[in-house]
Design a protein around this ligand. Structure first.
Ligand code: ATP
Ligand code: MG
Length: 599
């Protein structure tokens, strides 16, 4: 690379070269010059980016898109990724987990064995080799892991065992978006635990939960661990780790009084105020043009909660089911799927509703239907509900379940909302948004049974291994950090994940005194292990400041004609905007101290 230390005094270039030659124990350089560093920045927002993190990561020269949901990590981004991986490694290794690396390409037979080839559906990217054999690119590795363990783990003496990897996964997401947040190809840390019994599996789970708490705390993220649904992975219980951010795709329910926290998909609703009404006869009432709950409630002069919404769903196995829920409540599709046998429910198309129930869309009635009827518990206590009649423009009032229409089963089917009673303590719950960055599952014996992973126990009998699995989205965690921490000017990195810790800005690169002071500081910072980028470009100060704010390194150190004349440099903290003047002589040590405190 061309040397260009501006108009530095003799020895200036040697100091810069010395800084550039220093690396951390992993071989990662402490110092880089911005000129020639491959971090191409953009002045304009990329059109396709909806989320701030996506926009900023492209503009700051961290990522580039190759195809939908498929990205290149540019050098600065890769530094952040490596840092996060080190934080994760430390937390897992210190708990006895062992790192390995499994293949990305997996024989499809393994997925047939576990029965997940169908469940994963089109998200599983399948391919054939030249012999026509079927393979998949791993979206996750429970099958491969179980296969490894069933071959080589025979005895209870080999357990407990915890194996993990950092690996590129592929999921053919239907809507890849938000950059690294929901990609198709992405790096995941996935860990798998193996135990002889349920109790020991619980201990493994708790250790991983603790490791995750340590990891996300170390990253400097604001996050919550919430109870979660086990979804396609299957298993007995699970927690998700959510980075708190208003733009998050997940809704969290939490109770400030007792600490209960759950994904809204999972959050139980022990009960909520129901408009019982007074028992009255069923009456057919003309309700012209009243289609929506609020209008209908206003028209009839009843609370929205006494209106019963009748929704027709079709299950994956083809069976229709009529679902009833109070008018002021929303249906929770995950709870609905878990409550009914028959697979994923989807709302029936208008044509299907007419064909199945004979009612025009929006006027389906539970009165007299022949298909199964499932209702939310809120419907159970109603004495005088309002339901459709099956004809446009008419409703029944005074409808009572059991008396006027049949309900086959009652379940907790509603989404919990702010102010609802906490299922643990009854206090009012809060609603927040979050980004799922980590997920821990207790799998039990679901995979070991399906795939025959068994061990000999101490008493001579044999039993299936108890498993757990634990994922962290590496790219998503970094994107979530940017989403949680940025301002109008750019990224505001937390120290532990920042690609570099400090930006060093000599403002007049043609001034020998300025360049001399900057070169010395650059060398001293690198020698103290402070990761520093030297903005040695011959550019206007305004542009340098703008780029520094955009990349958002935690510490900005400016050397100018004026500051050098006073023997000082200016330190500005990106997160707070706090400015301190430091004597050039002791600046590097002071900056290192500040860095250490933020790690
Ligand atoms: P989501 O509900 O967001 O689709 P998931 O439940 O499918 O995620 P897991 O199977 O639990 O995800 O995977 C473990 C971790 O991998 C997630 O917590 C997340 O951090 C990350 N992850 C999952 N899907 C993606 C994706 N498409 N892009 C980036 N990271 C992902
Ligand atoms: Mg998940």
């Amino acid at each position: 690379m061309e040397n260009d230390a501006g108009a530095g005094p003799p020895g200036c270039q040697a100091l810069i070269d010395e800084a550039l030659s220093l690396t951390d124990p992993a071989g990662e350089p402490y110092a880089r010059r911005l000129s020639g560093y491959f971090a191409p920045t953009l002045k304009e927002d990329p059109a396709e980016a909806e989320l701030a993190s996506h926009r900023l990561m492209i503009r700051a020269g961290l990522i580039r898109r190759l195809a939908g949901g498929i990205y290149t990590y540019l050098p600065a981004m890769l530094r952040s990724i490596r840092k996060l991986e080190r934080i994760v490694r430390r937390a897992l290794n210190s708990r006895g987990a062992q790192e390995l690396l499994m293949p990305a390409v997996q024989p499809l037979e393994l997925w047939q064995e576990s029965g997940r080839d169908r469940k994963y559906g089109p998200e599983l990217l399948r391919l054939k080799d030249r012999h026509g054999r079927d393979f998949a690119i791993g979206p996750t590795h429970e099958e491969v892991m179980t296969d490894i363990v069933r071959r080589d783990v025979r005895s209870f003496r080999d357990l407990p065992l915890n194996l993990y990897q950092f690996q590129t996964k592929f999921r053919d997401e239907i809507r890849p978006r938000f950059g690294l947040m929901r990609g198709r190809e992405f790096i995941m840390k996935d860990a798998y635990s193996f135990d002889t019994d349920s109790e020991s599996a619980n201990a493994s789970y708790r250790a991983m939960h603790e490791a995750y708490t340590e990891i996300f705390t170390r990253c400097g993220l604001r996050f919550a661990s919430v109870e979660a649904d086990s979804g396609a992975i299957g298993g007995s219980f699970s927690h998700e780790f959510m980075v708190l951010a208003d733009s998050g795709e997940n809704t969290l329910i939490s109770c400030p009084s007792c600490g209960y926290a759950a994904n809204q998909e999972k959050a139980e609703l022990a009960g909520y105020p129901v408009a019982r009404g007074e028992e009255s006869p069923l009456a057919r009432v003309h309700t012209p043009d009243q289609r929506h709950v609020p209008e209908l409630a206003g028209f009839l002069g009843v609370p929205e909660s006494s209106i019963i919404k009748s929704m027709l769903f079709v299950l994956e196995d083809g069976g229709p089911v009529l679902v009833l829920i109070p008018g002021d409540r929303e249906i929770n599709l995950v709870k609905l799927e878990n409550a009914l046998a028959g697979g994923r429910p989807r709302l029936a198309e208008p044509g299907e509703a007419l064909a199945i129930t004979g009612a025009p869309p929006g006027f389906v009635t539970p009165v007299g239907v022949r298909i199964p009827v499932a209702a939310d518990r809120g419907v159970e206590g109603m004495l005088a509900g309002v339901v459709g009649t099956g004809e446009e423009g008419w409703h029944y009032t005074g409808a009572r379940p059991g008396r006027d229409f049949r309900v086959d089963s009652y379940h907790d089917l509603a989404l919990s909302a702010a102010g609802d009673p906490c299922p643990r303590c009854g206090g009012p719950v809060e609603v927040r948004k979050g980004i799922e960055v980590g997920h821990v599952f207790k799998l039990g014996t679901r995979y070991s049974e399906a795939m025959g992973a068994r061990v000999a126990l101490a008493d001579g009998t044999e039993a299936p291994i108890f498993m757990g699995c634990y994922g962290i989205g590496i790219g998503r965690t970094i994107a979530a950090s940017v989403e949680q921490s940025h301002d109008k000017d750019g990224i505001v990195w937390p120290m532990p994940l920042a690609p570099f810790e400090a930006a060093l800005l000599p403002l007049q690169t043609q001034n020998p005194a300025v360049m001399g002071a900057a070169a010395r500081l650059f060398r001293d910072l690198a020698a103290l292990g402070v990761e520093t980028v030297l903005d040695d470009r011959d550019e206007r100060p305004g542009l340098k400041f703008k780029d520094a704010d955009l990349l958002g390194l935690p510490l900005r150190v400016t050397v100018s004609e004026r500051s050098v004349a006073r023997g000082e440099c200016e330190l500005r903290e990106r997160a707070t905007g706090k400015v301190t003047m430091l004597p050039l002589e002791t600046a590097a040590a002071a900056i290192r101290e500040l860095r250490d405190r933020a790690l």
